[in-house]
Design a protein around this ligand. Structure first.
Ligand code: PMP
Length: 425
């Protein structure tokens, strides 16, 4: 077997240089089980950050479902399949009634790109409204609508059909505090007026109900509702990007948008859906799906293959049978309490926020200046890794420690995490 150094050298030689490794001393992970990862030296790490492995690394029921279907048949959506249709129905059953048509894809990015195609067909327009600091994927079409990327290093700004509402961050955003909702809603209103003023129609408003890459942001209460109402009134389409927060992670609801009391026209999903297997989907209304059904076939070689759908079904079954949505608020609120206690001890922690097992700890240089403490976050994350805890940072300034572990995370895991964070800080 190659040693650590040889492996890294070969990676540097053969993989694209813009792919990044985590940590100053990168990890060579060789095995996963539940909420734990193990490196080549046999060291155990508590995984506090990989939300793709939603029901736990290598969950035996998910692995068995994949093996069974792969040993029997894999094909594409051009053939009738019980596995595919049953899964589509069960997935749709988790959503509000009007969202009743499904397209399967292979990544969150593919889902969002398809959502844009659907809306552009439906509205005949490209004018797209997004939140500042949002990330919706790595395809060209999505870098265009992702301020997290196009405003950041190496980015070249938004194209003229993309309109950005300031990042809805009540802690360090343009408008702050408990009463800032209306200020952000008015920004949406002004953008719609600008689009209409050019003689154009709003195509889409795409948003996460709780923002991931934007910095684990709980957006101000009522903002999504206000924005959706304005966009719908302007004949635009509302897309909920549930790639990070869907499938029960926030605990109180299965989908993030439900927590905001809105019903979107399109929902995009990914990451947790296949427990790490590349499975994602777009679910929309019959009307929007039918408009897209013009002369051009939509074919996706891998999207909706029976193996992926068998995996997706197993994930849905495990979430239900192992009561993982219920576990999220049970452990998550305990963890939030503990982290808030830590905040009262350490000035470096400016804000603690989250829902269920989707939590952010924002580090600042001082509670008055609120300067982002990105370097400190980096040091802390590396220290925690040395102690066996995998964390990472989020937000445009990379100063928000993100906590979004596999949903089998326990209260004991949470206690140990907070104790070790306390010592490290
Ligand atoms: N939407 C959101 C909200 C995301 O966080 C991500 C990935 N971080 C994506 C879309 C893109 O998903 P993928 O990496 O599977 O293409």
């Amino acid at each position: 077997m190659l040693n650590h150094k040889e492996l890294q050298d070969l990676r540097d030689k053969y993989l694209g240089p813009s792919l990044r490794l985590s940590y100053d001393e990168p990890l060579h992970i060789v095995r996963g089980e539940g909420q734990y990862l193990f490196d080549a030296g046999g060291n155990q790490y508590l995984d506090c950050v990989n939300n793709e492995q939603h029901v736990g690394h290598c969950h035996p029921r998910v692995v068995a479902a994949a093996r069974k279907q792969y040993g029997k048949l894999n094909a594409n959506t051009r053939y009738l399949s019980n596995t595919v249709v049953r899964y589509a129905k069960n997935l749709i059953d988790t959503l509000p009634d009007r969202l009743d048509v499904c397209f399967f894809t292979n990544s969150g990015s593919e889902s969002n790109d398809l959502a844009l195609r659907l809306t552009r067909h439906f509205t005949g327009s490209k004018e797209t409204i997004v939140f500042g600091a949002a990330y919706h994927g790595h395809l060209s079409s999505l870098i265009e609508i992702s301020p997290y990327k196009h405003v950041g290093p190496g980015g070249s700004g938004p194209p003229d059909f993309v309109y950005t509402v300031p990042a809805p961050d009540p802690f360090r955003g343009k408008y702050r505090g408990p009463d800032c909702t209306n200020d952000y809603v008015q920004e949406v209103q002004r953008i719609i007026a600008r689009i209409n003023g050019k003689g154009l129609r709003v195509s889409a408003f795409i948003a996460e109900a709780i923002m991931g890459c934007g910095g684990q942001l709980l957006i101000p209460k009522g903002l999504l509702k206000g924005a959706f109402e304005l966009v719908k009134k302007a004949d635009g389409v509302c897309i909920a990007d549930e790639v990070q927060i869907g499938f029960g992670r926030i605990g109180s609801h299965f989908w993030g948008f439900e927590h905001c009391g809105v019903v979107p026209d399109i929902v995009t999903m990914g990451k947790p859906m296949g427990n790490g297997h590349p499975l994602s989907a777009v679910v929309t209304t019959r009307e929007i799906a039918d408009t897209f059904n013009n002369e051009m076939e939509y074919f996706n070689s891998f999207g909706g293959n029976p193996v992926s759908c068998a995996v997706g079904q197993a994930v849905l079954d495990v979430i239900k049978d192992d009561e993982l949505q219920e576990n999220a608020p049970h452990v998550g609120s305990h963890l939030l309490d503990q982290l808030n206690t830590l905040r009262s001890k350490h000035d470096l922690i400016g804000d603690v926020r989250g829902a269920g097992l989707f939590i952010g700890v924002e580090l600042v240089d001082g509670r008055c200046s609120l300067d982002p403490a990105g370097n400190e976050a980096d040091v802390l994350i590396n220290m925690m890794k040395e102690k066996g805890f995998l964390l990472s940072s989020e937000g445009p300034d990379h100063n928000v420690i993100k906590i979004k572990p596999p949903m089998v995370f326990t209260k004991a895991n949470a206690d140990l995490l907070v104790k070790t964070l306390d010592e490290s800080m």
